[in-house]
Each structure stands twice: as C-alpha cells, then as structure tokens.
Write a protein that binds this ligand. Structure first.
Ligand SMILES: [Zn+2]
Length: 368
C-alpha cells in the first residue's frame, strides 16, 4: 500500500510540474484582468491538487481491503492500478481525469512552447484509479463489496461488454444497473445487501449518473428472486444466505417502493436480458457465476459455507475466498465486526502465499 501511495504521490508531484509549465506559458502572455483567476489558481496549485492527494492519504480503509479489490481485478485479468480514497460516496476516477478537469477551468490561451504536455502524458501513462468509499463506511464490511462495483466499471469498459448486450445504455444510469447485476451475479447475494445497507444509512441522492435507490435495488431484487425460486437446489446454509439477503434487501427497498415507478418498471427486465451474456462472459474468463461457484464449493472438500458458518460463530477468522466470506457474513443476525473480516482476509491471503510457496517447494524437490 505504501508503494501505491508513493506512486500516487509521484503523479501529484508531476501535477505540480504541469502547473509550473502552465505558469511559465502564461507569463509570456500579458497578464490581463481576465487572467487573474488563472494566476491565482496556478500560484495556489488550485484546490484540486490540495484536496485530491489527501483523499488517498486520509483513507481509513484497512489495508486488507486492498487484497479484496486486487483479487477481483486479478480474476478478470484487469491490470488497473488503484488506490483507495476517502470520499463522499462509492465512485472512482483517475488522477489524469482530475487534472484534466482542473485544467479545463483555466482560460485560454494554452501554454505554448512548454513541457506541460510531456508531464501530462507521463501522468496519463502512469495513471492511477482512485476508488472512493463513502467516508462513513470504512468500518462497515457489509458495504465493502460496493468497492467492487467500481472494479466492474473497469472490466465493463476494458472488455467492451456493452457490445455483447442488447440493452441500449440510453441513460447513464442504465449502465449502473447493468454493472450492479454483473457484480451481483459474480459476487453473490451479499452484493445486493451491500447496496441496500448503504442506502439505508445514506438515504436519498442517486445523483445524475446513478439512478435512485428504488430502481437499483429493484433490479437486484429480480436477481435475488430467481435465487429464491431455485433455493431448494442449494444446500442448507446457502438457502439461509439466499433468504436472508432477499429479506434484508426487500425490507430496505420497500421504503422506496413508490419512488420512480416508471424507472422500476424499466429495470425489472434488465436482469432477464443480461443474464445469459453475463454468464457467457464469466465462462470466457474461466470464472463461474456465484451460483455455480457455490455449488462447486459445497461439493468440494475445501472449507465451504457450513465450515465458515461455524468459524463465524466462534469468531475464528476464515481463510476462504472473499465470495464465500462475504456471503457467509449474512448468516449472523448482527452486522459483522470489521476486525473479523479484516483478519479473515489476511488469513486467506497468507494461506494463498503459503500454498504457492509449498507447491513451488514440492516442484523443486521433484525436479532435483
Ligand atoms: Zn457506478
């Protein structure tokens, strides 16, 4: 994490270089009254630089949460460099995007004959994605899967998933609903609970790009409803997870039931339409939907849902794939303690390192 923060810091230092070049460029222009705000902005480095870097340094998310996000990127072969940042919601954008936004505020003329573009290109080449979490949620593990929503945005863009879908992204929020469903199909029912819990704590909003909580949760309820219908095909513990997540999400959604009814009708069909392309996509990545994965886990000999349920009950961290861990958290009535989740993620990561080292050792022994 330290090296990531270091890399992000380097980007912001380059940002200062860009400003320096801009200032040099502007100095060649006669400083008219209309350029005063520009001069002020350049001399103070602008609000952007001052605030944006500290969002990363200030992050209170436990380091182990990086492992959760990294694992998701890895599974989808997505090579995005990221750092967590404390913000006012769950969202993401890059450092290059931030500086571009700041520079847009500057009046013309653009600086000519300076190195500004060279520095900007360097920022673009070494760019980092800042994944924001809502500042009040750093100690609420059940909402952490929402960080993966941002990962799915990257995957969606990188893999040009839109081209595989028949649903036209007529509005930006339609893409959000699609991302939610892709994420839920992979992560499992806990994703719906994450969004529901987040909206429960921070009701209202939705913003321009994100539709209101009513429609978003409604789309996820369609996904959950199907799992509820197929519940009997799952082993016992999973049945509990499925009904729990449906009950929680439906309960929180019901207070938004009447909100944006027209949108709700439109999103109700999205799951049906993306289901097949989404599982085909996962297959192309040698991955499984949560349902397939859960079935495989329950038939396998490794630690599965019933074992995690037991460990959870005794407060012993479980070294299991995050998909098992986070869904299993729904087996308990009360919200999980962040420490438990953090320790489990750490144990899981270390166990993977151990297994890898062990396998390598065995291979070396056989080779000699
Ligand atoms: Zn989004």
């Amino acid at each position: 994490m330290k090296s990531r923060i270091g890399a992000v810091r380097d980007l912001y230092l380059k940002w200062i270089d860009v400003y320096e070049e801009y200032r040099r460029g502007f100095e060649k222009e006669g400083l008219t009254r209309s350029l005063y705000p520009v001069a002020w902005m350049l001399s103070s480095f602008g609000l952007g630089l001052e605030e944006n870097f500290f969002e990363v340094v200030r992050s209170r998310m436990p380091v182990e949460v990086y492992l959760l996000i990294e694992d998701c990127y890895d599974k989808f072969d997505c090579r995005t460099k990221f750092a967590l940042a404390e913000g006012r919601g769950f969202e993401s954008h890059t450092v290059y995007w931030e500086i571009s936004k700041e520079l847009e505020k500057l009046a013309f003329p653009k600086p000519v004959g300076t190195q500004a573009n060279t520095h900007l290109t360097e920022i673009k080449d070494d760019d980092y994605t800042k994944i924001y979490y809502e500042s009040g949620m750093y100690d609420s593990p059940l909402t952490w899967p929402l960080l993966l929503h941002e990962v799915f945005h990257d995957i969606y863009d990188q893999e040009k998933l839109q081209t595989q879908l028949k649903v036209p992204p007529t509005e930006t929020w339609m893409r959000e609903v699609i991302i939610d469903l892709y994420a839920a199909m992979f992560i499992g029912p806990v994703y719906a609970v994450s969004l529901a819990k987040y909206h429960e704590r921070f009701p209202g909003g939705g913003g321009i790009s994100h539709p209101h909580q009513g429609p978003r949760l409604f789309a996820l309820l369609e996904f959950l409803r199907e799992m509820v219908d197929q519940k009997s095909t799952f082993p016992g513990v999973l049945q509990t997870i499925i009904s729990q997540s449906f009950a929680i999400t439906d309960g929180i959604w019901s207070s938004y039931k009447t909100e944006k009814r027209d949108l709700q009708d439109r999103v109700s069909r999205v799951y049906e339409e993306i289901k097949a392309p989404a599982s085909k996509f996962l297959e192309s990545k040698h991955l499984q939907t949560f349902s397939e994965f859960a079935m495989k886990v329950s038939k396998g000999s490794e630690i599965g849902f019933p074992e995690v349920a037991m460990l959870l009950e005794s407060g012993i961290p479980a070294a299991v794939d995050p998909r098992i861990l986070f869904n299993a958290l729904l087996l308990r009535e009360q919200d999980p303690h962040p420490r438990y989740v953090v320790e489990s993620l750490k144990k899981w990561y270390l166990s993977r390192v151990w297994t890898k080292a062990h396998d390598e050792m065995v291979q070396t022994l056989f080779a000699s």
